[in-house]
Design a protein around this ligand. Structure first.
Ligand code: 5AD
Ligand code: SF4
Length: 467
């Protein structure tokens, strides 16, 4: 591996050349009239979506076309998520169901990758219980897919590749975009925070930042290809360190010519600086929306979660953000029922959401993740009880969202038309503040910016008219 000035590991160009050679060899295996079909399904977060797009990019180099169903697929890849048990259960169910596919199409290849596979106990389970799976590969070796596929196709021997290594950065891997107006741009990988409930640092490795010049070059390519809404991705973008700070990177992105919107996620309150909030406020292309996961409103629970901020510091940050950007839209993640959390502590979370007034909350009941510190903490609250707290939180949030949405009626926004709406002749568009507006207009406007006036609102969606 080569190391840059920040100590980051980049996969050497020579190793990537070897992978390109394997891709060419796989490509040469197909009959020119019968391209093989691949089915790629991604679970989980936007980082995984971005990985899925790179997997598709490499498959395309190898001559694969893509299909939406497993039935006619010669290659099936599940790109998995490990963040909560529910996501893992879904994958296990789906993989079990593929036994039948393998019987009907014995030459097909079944592969599993992503965060879930980076865990040894899962890889062992797959090896033992799912003999129809041909390939398992972890998060640090995605760029080696051509080599693995070539070996499976030529030797027909199972491979499980989950090296326990420091994370790497592989530049120059092609990526296939879904054709929509939004694009995902990873700026860093991994996480150093070790929040006590979270599996991510164990399956994605230590934090490592891409170089600003590589990021900006990708951003320019995306803009040139017509993508108009670009999200910079990382587990904790606020600790980006590619030689410039995240705030500086946002300013560099803002200077790229073109009419487009820059978004980012996820932010960690402990690293969210005034410098960043100022950059957001001053850069016209940067969204006036901050997704700032609080996780809990109780300082005691936050300490047990190893979050490195308390309720007061978080509220202080929100105050500064609202002062600098009075129209800012705030969203957050919350975990209900962390081990040892009392009902009184949960009520502190309810009072915090009322004080902050988030437009949207992503709420999760705590899910035990093997190998994390919280997995061995005492957890006495019954799941049923946690379910009640969860419902209470969602009910409170709905009232807040309804009130905030209603206050938008009559306002005017510039929005990007994104996709077909739920009903005929409607389009879903997105404001700079990341709110969805349903407008009655021709689908031909998808991909364009228009000005709208908000005419109606519910907790989840605004309705608007073109002006
Ligand atoms: N249980 C429940 N929710 C979790 N998250 C992360 N780990 C867990 C877990 N073990 C949530 C956090 C994080 C979001 C992406 O997923 O709220 O911000
Ligand atoms: Fe998990 Fe915390 Fe890292 Fe986010 S910051 S990925 S919640 S460990």
């Amino acid at each position: 591996m080569t190391k840059d000035k920040c100590g980051t590991c980049f996969v050497p160009e020579g190793e990537l050349d070897i992978q390109r050679e394997f891709a060419a060899k796989v490509n040469a295996m197909w009959d020119t009239n019968a391209a093989p079909k691949a089915f790629v399904r991604t679970f989980g977060c936007q980082q995984n979506v971005a990985d899925g797009q790179r997997i598709m990019g490499m498959l395309s180099q190898m001559g694969y076309t893509f299909t939406d169903t497993t039935d006619d697929a010669d290659l099936i890849i599940f790109n998995t998520c490990a963040v909560r048990e529910h996501a893992e259960d879904r994958v296990i169910g789906n993989v079990g169901a593929l036994k039948h596919h393998k019987k009907l199409k014995p030459d097909s290849v079944i592969a599993l990758c992503g965060c879930m596979m980076q865990q040894q106990h899962i890889a062992d389970k797959i090896k033992k219980s799912f003999p129809h799976v041909d390939l398992v590969f972890g998060t640090h070796v995605v760029h080696k897919l051509p080599e693995y596929l070539h070996s499976i196709l030529t030797k027909r021997k199972r491979r499980v590749e989950i090296p326990d290594m420091d994370g790497v950065i592989a530049e120059g891997i092609p990526s296939i975009h879904d054709g929509g107006v939004r694009g995902w741009l990873p700026i860093m990988y991994g996480c150093n925070n070790f929040c006590t409930y979270c599996i991510v640092p164990y399956v994605r490795g230590r934090e490592r930042s891409r170089l600003p010049e590589d990021i900006i070059a990708d951003l320019k390519k995306m803009v040139e290809s017509g993508i108009k809404d670009i999200t910079l991705l990382g587990q904790n973008v606020n600790s980006y360190n590619g030689g410039v700070s995240f705030a500086q990177l946002l300013r560099m992105a803002n200077d790229v010519p073109g009419d487009f919107v820059i978004r980012f996620m996820t932010s960690h309150p402990k690293d969210c600086t005034k410098e960043l909030l100022l950059a957001m406020a001053e850069c016209e292309k940067v969204e006036k929306h901050l997704h700032l996961p609080v996780q809990s409103g109780s300082s005691r629970v936050l300490k047990a979660m190893n979050r490195h901020y308390d309720r007061e510091k978080y509220l202080e940050l929100i105050k500064t953000a609202k002062q600098l950007m009075p129209d800012i839209v705030l969203t957050s993640d919350i975990i209900v029922g962390f081990p040892g959390e009392t009902y009184e502590e949960f009520c502190e979370t309810v009072s915090l959401i009322k004080e902050v007034e988030y437009q949207t909350l992503f709420t999760f009941i705590y899910s035990k993740r093997k190998g994390t510190p919280a997995a061995v903490m005492e957890d006495n609250v019954l799941r049923k009880e946690k379910g009640k707290w969860f419902t209470q939180l969602c009910d409170e949030q709905e009232k807040i969202a309804e009130k905030l949405s209603a206050s938008q009626i009559g306002k005017r926004f510039r929005v990007l038309c994104e996709e077909k709406g739920r009903t005929e002749n409607t389009v879903n568009a997105r404001t700079l503040c990341n709110q969805i507006v349903e407008i009655s207009c021709d689908e031909a406007l998808i991909g364009q910016f228009v000005d709208v006036k908000i005419t109606d609102a519910s907790a989840w969606i605004l309705k608007g008219k073109i002006i």
